[in-house]
Write a protein that binds this ligand. Structure first.
Ligand code: KG4
Ligand code: ZN
Length: 334
């Protein structure tokens, strides 16, 4: 089956073509993303109205490019998988309407996909992983632990009570005057910094060992920057100290969840999975516990349409299709 995936839940417009004959097993023929970082950088964060307006301009060219580089014509596509939530509603609507339009005129079956399911299954694009596995989804919008028990059976074990980890990276980068998005800048700076130079408290959620909380860390950095030591501390040291705190706070619940579920594999996914220190520390910590860590290539960690095609693929393979009346849902639950 050839599946066209379409994703536009946030600030990236993406399309992909995958070939699949078994749930969770696919060959990616193309994966195209139109990134808007340059547009939002001036505002220090994503401006939803600008995101959706730009999606309107880029979505069709992105779909065309995905088909072209896969050397596939629309007539050969057997199914369309499109993100229908969660995300920014204006952004979601652009991709969804595009998919509905194509489905309507071509008669190709379409399914709406939950964006988080895409992230959860993304590690399968390049790896064979036995279920159940544990997935840590860490991005600008989400930070959560899920047990992936089967296709369509996902159990949320823990989530953030406030900011997402990527959001904390972006907010701290903004406080430090490092621009947007902040994750990669902090990661790069931190390589040259002293991780113990600035004391950052590690927050735990009382009575909920699998949950996360990152807003206190951001406040700690803001307070530190306002104090006397702030001006005299090298940005490298502050970046390294902050990053280490975030990594500690991600790893503890992840290991606890792995012990609780008995999963043999931990899959790291979402934009923050690009973080070099998180990869390094999680791999080492997991090894100590006899766990396998799977980290998808960066292009499948960040928002992409190949993961959406895969997440819609197992349903399309079963012959399922959604009505063209399905709507975008900003808070779509998994
Ligand atoms: O998955 P993604 O592309 O978009 C969504 O949020 O869905 O993730 C983007 C987030 C941003 O917050 C960005 O700062 C963060 O991922 N990020 C990183 C790194 N690269 C991207 N955070 C830490 N270290 C990195 N190397
Ligand atoms: Zn995402």
């Amino acid at each position: 089956m050839l599946i066209l995936g379409i994703e536009s839940s946030c600030d990236d417009a993406a399309a992909a073509v995958i070939e699949t004959s078994r749930p969770g097993v696919a060959r990616v023929l193309s994966s195209t993303v139109a990134n808007q970082d340059d547009i939002h950088r001036a505002y220090g964060g994503i401006v939803p109205e600008l995101a959706s307006r730009n999606h309107v301009i880029t979505i069709l060219p992105v779909v065309h490019r995905a088909l072209e580089s896969a050397r596939v014509s629309l007539a050969e596509i057997n199914g369309i998988a499109v993100t229908r939530g969660p995300g920014l509603v204006g952004s979601l609507l652009v991709g969804l309407m595009c998919a509905k339009g194509i489905a309507q005129v071509s008669g190709i079956p379409m399914v709406g996909v939950n964006h988080i399911e895409g992230h959860l299954l993304a590690p399968l694009l390049e790896n064979e992983i036995e279920m159940p596995y544990l997935a840590l989804v860490v991005s600008g919008g989400h930070t959560a632990l899920f047990a992936v028990e089967d296709f369509g059976r996902y159990r949320r074990l823990g989530t953030t009570r406030d900011d997402a980890a990527g959001e904390a990276f972006d907010k701290v980068a903004k406080l430090m005057g490092l621009g947007y998005p902040g994750g990669k800048v902090i990661d790069d700076l931190a390589r040259r910094g002293n991780r113990r130079r600035v004391k950052i408290p590690r927050a735990r959620v009382k009575g909920a060992p699998l949950d996360f909380s990152f807003s206190g860390v951001k406040t700690a950095v803001a307070t530190f920057l306002r104090g006397n030591a702030g001006a005299s501390t090298a940005p490298e040291d502050l970046a390294a100290s902050f990053q280490e705190a975030i990594v500690d706070m991600l790893i503890a619940p992840t290991l606890a969840a792995a012990r609780q579920t008995g999963a043999a594999t931990v899959a790291l996914t979402g934009g923050v999975a690009a973080n070099s220190r998180l990869r390094e520390r999680l791999t080492a910590a997991a090894e100590d516990e006899g766990l396998r860590v799977v980290t998808p290539s960066l292009k499948y960690c960040t928002d992409n349409a190949a993961m959406i095609a895969l997440a819609g693929g197992w349903r399309l393979l079963r012959g399922e299709r959604d009505a063209l009346t399905i709507d975008a849902e900003a808070g779509l639950p998994l």
